[in-house]
Design a protein around this ligand. Structure first.
Ligand code: ATP
Ligand code: F6P
Length: 497
């Protein structure tokens, strides 16, 4: 996906409470899931660490000269760390999450990144929907570490609105009218960089998302990866919705512990299919729903009784076990001992002879994920390996852990969106089913996980969920791609200021 030496920084732009951090984390999760090195550098976290968390609006007043210097110091510190990160990873995408609200600030970032051979693409979120901004402040900003312990909600709302007004005084949207004399073509290397008077943003890469996507402006997006990022940013939305997942009901192959195939449901699997409509209507009421299944019999048999629009996706078919299709794990171990051991060594990368690897499945699921981001209420009925990949996307789980996730049979998982990620509730229907999960053999367990900076999230879901109606919440893996070294992320909600 990423050519050697590709280094891109997505520089977020926007007034406070415009969803910059929300977009940053979504883009970072998407890219990390596709296997791209990706990290968010959130200047607000640097400010809280280096200067302090509880700054009232006067700290953001452009007339406050001391604070203006301090804010610039935080921004340059984050920028320096980001450039150092590129030196370490060689290629990847960084997301520089701050308001970056003036041309001068953006030009400073552009000059510095160009000097280090990092391509810059600005991503602005512009929004004048007062009701939405008020909701964003109430739901997200109020609980930020900046207001920890504050009791008076009105005072918090008022302080944050004043903070926005300070930024508005100096805010310059990305763009320009093309009348400045900056040379066309590649952004020049210092010392030939334009002066601020010459700097013309019509000559640089940017995407502007206006009012959550009612309008999108795209300018000079050059590379493949930039265009993927733009397409993703275009497709994400914030309308409330439910996304549900379930494996098919227990199949005849599951009973024998056989891999793959196109078997029908077992008697217990059919009971699950019969019980499913009751649970789904309990979870969704009369909300509309579209069901996506694979093209395999066991998923259409599972959804037969569900009274909703249905669509089949070949991309939702189970991981292809190639030569091993139809065998049990014991058969595979006996017939192909070396390959069996190789799979345990690196299950994510291992490709069955004539079949697929988990990485292959992730790549073929990319259009499903993109469409899922565009849609509202969707239920996916698919298979163990495929649902592991989808679950890992939403919960930001890396390739070491992904192939071992527990996605039990006869269980519906419901995603609930939180400020910057999602939680999962699991609803187990009380109908027996075999366990098809094969744990990682102890000899192959590694202690450290790549890119994993969070100790709190090693068990993505409980092995057994409570009875129907009492959901268990599985904690997401928070912020896999956040700058975690310098300064350490604080324990609260990120903010880009
Ligand atoms: P700050 O500059 O204070 O860090 P921010 O711009 O990073 O603010 P977020 O913290 O990301 O804002 O705000 C999150 C809220 O923004 C969420 O409630 C989310 O629903 C909402 N949101 C997401 N995308 C957009 C958008 N394009 N426009 C407006 N609001 C959005
Ligand atoms: O056993 C059920 C099943 O869906 C098989 O069809 C598939 O090969 C397997 O799970 C995938 O799980 P794993 O990657 O752990 O072998």
């Amino acid at each position: 996906m990423l050519a050697g030496g590709t280094r891109i920084v997505v520089v977020m732009v926007g007034l406070p409470a415009r969803g910059k951090t929300y977009i940053s984390y979504k883009v970072s999760r998407y890219l990390a899931w596709l296997g791209v090195n990706c990290r968010v550098f959130n200047v607000g976290e640097y400010r809280r660490k280096l200067i302090g968390a509880k700054m009232d609006h006067t700290f953001f007043d452009p007339r406050n000269a001391v604070a203006t210097e301090q804010r610039l110091a935080c921004a340059t510190h984050a920028l320096a760390d980001m450039l150092q990160w590129f030196e370490a990873v060689h290629n990847g995408v960084a997301i520089y999450d701050a308001t970056n609200s003036t041309r001068a600030r953006r030009k400073m970032i552009l000059d510095e990144c160009t000097r280090f051979g990092v391509e810059v693409m600005f991503c602005e979120s512009w929004c004048d929907d007062d009701d939405l901004i008020t909701a964003n402040i109430r739901e997200v900003k109020r609980t930020s570490p900046d207001y920890k312990g504050a009791k008076d909600i009105d005072a918090v709302m008022d302080d944050f609105r004043q903070r926005i007004e300070h930024y508005r005084e100096v805010y310059e949207p990305v763009g320009g009218d093309g009348t400045r004399p900056m040379a066309k073509g590649r952004y020049p290397l210092p010392p030939t960089a334009p002066t601020i008077a010459e700097y013309d943003e019509q000559q640089v890469s940017y995407v502007r998302k206006i009012n959550v996507g009612s309008q999108i402006v795209i300018n000079r997006i050059a590379s493949y990866l930039e265009s993927r990022i733009v397409y993703f940013v275009m497709n994400i939305h914030i309308a409330p919705r439910s996304v549900l997942f379930s494996r098919h009901g227990e199949s005849l192959y599951n009973l024998d512990q056989r891999l793959g195939g196109d078997p029908s449901l077992s008697p217990n699997g059919r009971k699950y299919a019969e019980a499913l409509p009751g649970l789904i209507s309990k979870l969704l009421g009369d909300q509309p729903l579209t069901i996506w299944t694979s093209t395999l019999k066991r998923t259409s048999e599972t959804t037969a009784g569900l009274p909703y629009k249905k669509m089949q996706w070949k991309a939702l078919d189970e991981l292809d076990a190639g030569l091993c299709d139809g065998l049990t794990y014991e058969d595979v171990e006996r017939a192909y001992p070396e390959e069996y051991a190789m799979r345990d060594e690196n299950k994510f990368e291992f490709r069955y002879r004539g079949g697929e690897s988990y990485r292959d499945v992730v790549l073929r699921l990319e259009p499903v994920i993109m469409e899922l981001e565009r849609q509202q209420n969707i239920m996916i009925v698919s298979h163990q390996a495929v649902l592991r990949c989808i679950y890992a996307y939403f919960l930001d789980i890396g390739p070491e852990e992904l192939p071992y996730l527990k996605i039990p049979l006869h269980t519906v998982m419901k995603l609930t969106w939180t400020a910057y990620g999602c939680d999962v509730q699991m609803y187990k229907i009380d109908i027996d089913a075999v366990d098809t999960h094969r744990a990682k053999p102890k000899a192959h367990r590694r202690t450290a996980r790549r890119g994993d900076s969070s100790p709190a999230s090693s068990r993505p879901m409980s092995a057994r969920s409570p009875a129907l109606g009492t959901p268990a919440v599985a904690s997401p893996r928070p912020r896999r791609g956040v700058a975690a070294s310098e300064p350490p992320a604080d324990d609260g909600v990120p903010s880009s200021l």
